[in-house]
Design a protein around this ligand. Structure first.
Ligand code: C2E
Ligand code: CA
Ligand code: CA
Length: 756
């Protein structure tokens, strides 16, 4: 022990002398990095650190320089360096990245925190050094937990909503809701209690995760009178105040009267949510979480909604028992009537939490219905209404979102609208469907048309009533102007119209072969030769001129046209590649971009197989570019699929790398050939102080994983020379060439000096 520290002292002295030179070289880069950066030599000593690392560990720089790295990272780091010298450690590193380098950091005050380290080796005059980027992942850990919890509560919300639609009696509702809270929501226990007839106490109606022997005890305790024993329990207060009562540190919370009887592991936090029907608290839902500090604003918002849904269902079941069918249904068509529809819409509005998604209400008015009634009689009119209802149900496929709300007016609610395209597509479906459908009238058939008024929540309204009123106002405008559909918000009308016409034009573009592929060369930085090209799609809209891919690809994706267009691009590149081969031009690989929609399709592998089967040389001509976020979405599935594709001889590049925040551990598992650094980082190299460090880290990481690295969007000589210094393998960008037609590519680039 003493010998070791004596040795360390001597080495520290040597290190100090070298420090100035080393500092001058690395400091500028390290200082501004957002992560803590620590440079360690092969004797496990810290020789440099940046400001961020000082802050993370609570030391002044002088206190750490020369110290063993174990001072701040007690375990896991040094071990990786000592074993058999640095180089083999780096080798081990490459394998260990697979499991991720998440370690524990220790601050000067002895406290610890979770860190993620990324190590990259650097050969210098002073020997091999390892730069470690250290990220404090306390917040990320919290955030990950948070997301996990929230996802479970979302799942609980939708399970309970599903339950409400099915359930016909209270007992099942309560039992199932508690079960869902525990099984789906992940709560340690849940129970629902109802105020008894005397209004003096609560009786447990159902529970899950609670010892049944405990239920009579609960029943005895929850007296509601403020002056009764336990009259100030959380449950009693929730009923009296009609408010959620939260205890976020139950073991230490004096307000949680019975805290000593719950095991702390099951009741770190408790919430009591009142069930309110017609403004009266008729019962409570109590949920137990094993975590302390569990319930915050976001969770409470969702849970309040869940309690609201259960209350709604209680009321609804009551009503169904009480009232006749006709109070909620339309006698002519059997669809929901206005009243039931509005209740359902309010239900959907509950779920459209926090503007996460929108709700659209379409009001459909049949043109000239009055004429039908007048000339054919009321009975014929009713028959037409019934047929329209059947057509609509058929088209929409879900009776819960359709209603007849007035004489000749039908309504459809879209409970979950993510973007304008969703609304546009429904309108289009309805319009086209109606146009094609023949209704029978007396002995003849009849085509009908309709006007649609649409309102969107939260843009136009915040309640169901208001939403319907705005849709009615929009419909009135449509009838006055003769337009087939009108939105309450005028800009929406033109946006949707533009969008629909663009969709049509894109479909025509595919049919008329208006799409073209341009090719952008990729250059090897050592040899300056062309190693391949990237295929980039171009569309010259005959009406409006060239449209950038970023604008039309999302629409191809939403409409599903991307499947056709994607297959076309694969076929087309293959044709070009084989033509180059046949005419003696170099057989360079063509990289084709793959959209997330294509990748998720079950036909994708077969599509690739089909192109590869065209010729024995085909696979050698194809590379697929997949974006980072795309692959990371469903890692295990993608690993298997990519393996299959690579086995055919096709190579895989990960595109836009750095934008998807993937973890290193994931990247190492993927069967990849190339990594494309996103052009944002290439740009950052000359504009951001830490840009080069980032790019350097990406490159060394990729090389550790035996991936080739290509930089995209290279526009300046400065960027190019930096990339060379940092050891990048290839580049692509306007500096060398813009994407060009295949003819230009062949004439200008598939010839010396770009190829041998
Ligand atoms: P991407 O895959 O990241 O493609 C690179 C984009 O950067 C291309 O834009 C390219 O023209 C542009 N670019 C190349 N060099 C430079 C440069 O030096 N500076 C700058 N500022 N930009 C440069 P483009 O052609 O507009 O394509 C945009 C995106 O559209 C592509 O991004 C890709 O995601 C998608 N895309 C293009 N063609 C296809 C295709 O056939 N199928 C699919 N699914 N997506 C495609
Ligand atoms: Ca690309
Ligand atoms: Ca890219």
């Amino acid at each position: 022990m003493t010998r070791k520290s004596a040795g360390a002292r001597i080495r520290r002295k040597n290190t100090k002398m070298r420090l100035d030179r080393t500092e001058a070289r690395y400091f500028g880069l390290l200082e501004a990095a957002p992560d803590g950066m620590v440079v360690v030599n092969q004797h496990e000593q810290i020789i440099l650190l940046n400001l961020q690392a000082e802050r993370q560990f609570g030391y002044a720089r002088d206190e750490l320089v020369g110290q063993q790295v174990t001072t701040i990272i007690p375990e896991g780091f040094a071990e990786r360096l000592v074993a058999d010298g640095l180089l083999s450690a780096v080798e081990t590193l490459a394998q260990q990245i697979d499991t991720g380098i998440e370690l524990t950091g220790r601050r000067k005050d002895g406290s610890t925190f979770p860190i993620e380290i990324m190590m990259s080796p650097l050969e210098t005059d002073e020997g091999l050094l390892v730069t470690a980027a250290i990220r404090d992942i306390t917040l990320r850990r919290h955030a990950e937990n948070k997301i996990r919890y929230l996802n479970r509560i979302y799942a609980m919300l939708s399970a309970i909503n599903g339950l409400i639609v099915r359930v016909r009696n209270h007992e099942v509702l309560f039992k199932e809701a508690c079960r869902i809270a525990v099984d789906v929501g992940g709560f340690s226990a849940a129970w629902i209690g109802l105020v008894d007839d005397s209004a003096t106490k609560i009786n447990v109606a159902a529970s899950a995760g609670i010892d049944q022997a405990f239920v009579p005890v609960l029943n005895d305790r929850y007296l509601l009178d403020e002056h009764a024993p336990f009259g100030n329990s959380m449950v009693a207060r929730a009923i009296r105040e009609k408010a959620n009562i939260v205890s976020n540190d139950t073991p230490a919370d004096p307000l949680a009267l019975f805290r000593n009887e719950y095991p702390a592991s099951a009741a770190g936090s408790i919430v009591v949510l009142p069930l309110v029907v017609h403004d009266t608290a008729i019962g409570v839902l109590e949920l137990y979480s094993g975590e302390t500090d569990f319930f915050d604003d976001v969770e409470m918002k969702l849970l309040t909604e869940i309690a609201g849904d259960i209350s709604f269902a209680i009321d609804h079941i009551d009503k169904q028992e009480r009232s006749s069918y006709l109070e909620y249904y339309d006698g002519v068509t059997g669809l929901a009537n206005r009243k039931l529809f509005l209740e359902r819409v309010s239900q959907y509005i509950f779920s459209a939490v926090h503007d996460v998604h929108k709700v659209a209400l379409h009001l459909i008015d049949i043109d000239g219905f009055k004429n039908v009634n007048d000339s054919f009689g009321e009975e014929a009119g009713d028959s037409l209404l019934l047929q329209v209802a059947q057509w609509l149900l058929n088209e929409i496929g879900n009776a819960h979102v359709v209603a007849r709300i007035d004489r000749d007016q039908f309504a459809v609610v879209q409970p979950m609208v993510k973007h304008e395209g969703d609304v546009a597509r429904l309108i289009k479906r309805l319009m086209e469907g109606l146009q094609k459908y023949s209704f029978s009238m007396a002995a003849t058939t009849l085509r009908i048309s309709a006007k649609v008024g649409v309102a969107v929540l939260p843009d136009d309204a915040t309640t169901g009533d208001e939403l319907l009123k705005k849709a009615e106002a929009a419909l009135k405008k449509a009838k006055a102007s003769g337009d087939r559909f009108v939105f309450f918000t005028e800009t929406m009308t033109s946006m949707v119209a533009e969008r629909l016409s663009l969709e049509t034009q894109l479909r025509n573009a595919y049919d008329n072969e208006e799409f073209v592929l341009h090719y952008q060369p990729k250059i090897n930085l050592l040899s300056n030769k062309i190693t391949g090209v990237e295929a980039l799609i171009r569309w010259n809209n005959p009406k409006t001129g060239p449209v950038p891919p970023d604008r039309f690809i999302p629409i191809l994706e939403e409409t599903g046209l991307i499947h056709d267009v994607g297959r076309w691009a694969l076929r087309k590149t293959m044709e070009d590649h084989l033509r180059w081969r046949a005419s003696g031009l170099p057989a360079i690989r063509i990289a084709v971009n793959v959209s997330q929609v294509q990748l998720r399709s079950s036909d994708f592998v077969a599509d690739i197989q089909q192109v590869v089967d065209i010729d024995t040389d085909a696979a050698a001509g194809l590379e697929l570019e997949l974006t980072e976020s795309l692959i990371m979405n469903n890692v295990q599935y993608n690993i298997d699929m990519l393996r299959t594709i690579r086995a055919m001889g096709v190579t895989i590049a990960i595109d836009d790398f750095g934008t998807g925040f993937s973890s290193l551990s994931c990247l190492a598992k993927l069967p990849l050939d190339k990594l494309k650094i996103d052009r944002m980082f290439i740009h950052a190299m000359s504009t951001e102080p830490f840009g080069q460090v980032l790019v350097h880290s990406i490159i060394s990481l990729a090389h550790l994983l035996r991936l080739q690295v290509i930089a995209e969007g290279v526009e300046t000589e400065e960027q190019l020379s930096m990339l060379k210094t940092l050891g990048c393998d290839e580049m692509q960008g306007f500096l060398h060439s813009r994407p060009v037609t295949s003819a230009i590519l062949e004439d200008r680039y598939l010839v010396p000096p770009y190829i041998d």
